[in-house]
Design a protein around this ligand. Structure first.
Ligand code: ZN
Length: 363
């Protein structure tokens, strides 16, 4: 440990261990404060001037001055992110966010036509203009079934994709740490088939064969989305990775639905075109309460304004129309909105303030 290399352990006066859960990002951290007296420089009661030492008559006073030069440092170890965190009940259902990690996205692409002077007030970017995007999956326990919405980026990205996006691949570990095994999942719903939404649908087994990650699950996606994925435009062809869905369609494990439909009692899909022509949201209703996994129609709390769309949207004007339609139901119905790509706030209520501006109210 760095500490030992540079100083002898005898100089460490005390150690305090602490554990903390970060409220915003759900990261659980353990760490320790250690108090030590440096052997050189300030401290070691080199209290630095002899004149001062001479002026301190009592031993107690000397100890007091010496103590003033004791240094405190903290070492923090993040353990995991968003695991077992962000849990809420909606009527009889229990909803939990499980993250596949975060990845870098170009800030300009993330906010489309919105100038940086405006979006940079809401989201930080690095020197390359990258912002951090989350990969939030939603697990719904209905009491009868475990329904997983979205499966993140997965672990099968090509080298080229890894260079651009990294490959956090945390979902599997987070589910497992939350006590969920792949066999526990009954249903998987993909809102659309971009690589960052269905990556863990499948994995490569030891023989190199692509197999379902969730062997018992029935998978659902819009038929139109799958048809488009077979022949995407050059503009978003990079986002479609057939191994994430074609083997499931071929084996019959993935059901292709047409339009709005109830998947199980209380859980429905609803098409909101804009990001793609057939992107669907997942609406969860129980006991008079509603939550909505709105996916890339409103990817983060920074995108709640009608015109704050992503440059990735294939049909930006439809994104605006779909947002209007969504808010027409979600605002009066007090729907809890779940955000796919928000690394800090996976869900919030979206309301209209006194001036008619959309605002997110966290829970
Ligand atoms: Zn996305």
């Amino acid at each position: 440990m760095v500490l030992r290399r540079r100083r002898t352990s005898l100089e460490i006066l005390s150690v305090v261990v602490f554990s903390k859960i970060h409220r915003d990002c759900g990261t659980w951290k353990v760490g320790l404060f250690y108090f030590y007296r440096p052997s050189s420089g300030l401290g070691r009661a080199q209290v630095p001037t002899h004149g001062l030492r001479r002026g301190l008559h009592s031993a107690a006073a000397r100890r007091l001055v010496s103590a003033a030069f004791v240094v405190c440092r903290a070492v923090v170890f993040p353990l995991w992110q968003t695991c077992c965190m962000h849990r809420i009940t909606v009527g009889d259902f229990e909803l939990t966010i499980f993250s596949d990690g975060t990845y870098p996205l170009d800030g300009g692409a993330f906010f489309g036509v919105i100038p940086k002077v405006m979006w940079s007030r809401k989201v930080e970017s690095d020197e390359k203009n990258y912002v951090t995007a989350g990969l939030n999956s939603l697990l719904i326990r209905t009491g009868k079934q475990n329904v997983l919405v979205e499966t993140g980026m997965g672990n099968k990205l090509s080298e080229r994709m890894v260079k651009i996006f990294g490959q956090p691949a945390k979902l599997f570990d987070h589910l497992s740490a939350g006590g969920i095994s792949p066999e526990d999942i009954d249903i998987v719903i993909n809102t659309h088939l971009h690589f960052d939404h269905c990556g863990w649908n499948t994995i490569r087994n030891q023989d190199g064969k692509i197999v379902p990650t969730f062997p018992r699950a029935k998978y659902y996606v819009q038929e139109g989305e799958w048809q488009y994925a077979r022949e995407p435009s050059p503009r978003d062809a990079i986002s479609y990775v057939p191994e994430n869905y074609d083997p499931l369609v071929q084996s019959g494990q993935m059901t292709l639905v047409k339009g709005d439909q109830e998947i199980v009692p209380g859980i429905s899909v609803k098409v909101f075109p804009g990001h793609t022509a057939h992107m669907q949201a997942v609406v969860v209703t129980s006991g008079g309460q509603t939550a909505c996994y709105i996916s890339d129609l409103i990817p983060t709390t920074a995108h709640i304004d009608l015109v704050w769309g992503m440059a990735f949207d294939l049909f930006p004007l439809q994104t605006i129309e779909s947002k209007k339609q969504c808010y027409a139901q979600s605002v009066p119905g007090r729907w809890l909105m779940v955000f796919t790509h928000d690394p800090k706030t996976p869900w919030a209520y979206v309301e209209r303030d006194g001036l008619g501006k959309m605002v997110a109210r966290g829970i």
